[in-house]
Structures are given as C-alpha cells and as structure tokens.
Design a protein around this ligand. Structure first.
Ligand code: 5GP
Ligand code: ZN
Length: 112
C-alpha cells in the first residue's frame, strides 16, 4: 500500500533491524522500545488491523502469532506480552497490522 510505513520497511525502502523473516512475515525491532525487548511482527502483505486480517486470511493470522512466540523464544524471554493495538481508541498509530512482542522486564497490568 502506497505510503504505508511498514510496507516500506517490508520493501526495504525504510531501514529496520530485522530479527526474523519468513515468506509471509517480517519481524523487526521497534524504533522506540517500550521494554528491553520490543519487536514488531508484521505480515508482508498490507492488512489494516487484526480484525481485517482475521477476516481476510486466518492462516496468516496464525503465522503472525506463531512467529511472535518464536521471536520471544529466540530473544530468550521466559515471560512476555503480545499486544495488537487496533484502531485509534486501541492506540494503533501505524495502520498495518502488527504484533508487539514485549519482554525483558516485569509487565504491569492493566496497561494505560
Ligand atoms: P502502534 O502504536 O500502531 O501499536 O505501534 C506502532 C509502533 O511502531 C510503535 O511502537 C512505534 O514506536 C513503531 N514505529 C514507528 N515508526 C517506526 C519506524 O520507522 N521503524 C520502526 N522499527 N518502528 C517504528
Ligand atoms: Zn502496509
């Protein structure tokens, strides 16, 4: 999708620190980490948010979660948090679905 930041990262037009890549997914470090480990996992194809992705491609949704857990394992996280902000009220600021993998410190609940 034209102008989408994460599409541009997938295309290699915007640099990112990639930690994992598969045929349909990419995982890279968040530019403003909210925890010692903060990785974003995205589908290479553009989907707006998790609701749109689950409708459009359930198998890719499963891939995204599988990769997120695999990244957590590779990063050595014992406990971790997966977050998928959805829509403006959900705190989503980049409209290309992504799973945050957060860890390396105790996570508090509830989030802000
Ligand atoms: P959201 O707020 O949509 O759930 O998450 C978007 C995330 O993208 C934020 O945590 C933000 O720090 C991250 N982000 C924004 N711009 C860039 C960028 O250019 N590169 C990387 N690696 N992460 C970014
Ligand atoms: Zn996109």
């Amino acid at each position: 999708m034209d102008g989408c930041l994460f599409c541009r990262i997938v295309a290699g037009e915007v640099p990112a620190t990639v930690v994992f890549e598969s045929e349909r997914t990419l995982a890279f470090r968040d530019i403003a980490p909210a925890a010692p480990v903060h990785v974003l996992v995205v589908p290479k194809n553009h989907h707006r948010d998790i609701g749109e992705l689950t409708d459009a491609d359930p198998a890719l949704t499963a891939d995204l979660l599988t990769v997120a857990c695999e990244v957590a394992r590779t990063e050595g996280l014992v406990g971790y948090r997966l977050v998928t902000n959805t829509g403006a009220d959900g705190g989503q600021t980049v409209d290309h679905v992504h799973v945050h993998v957060l860890g390396g410190r105790p996570m508090t609940w509830p989030p802000g």
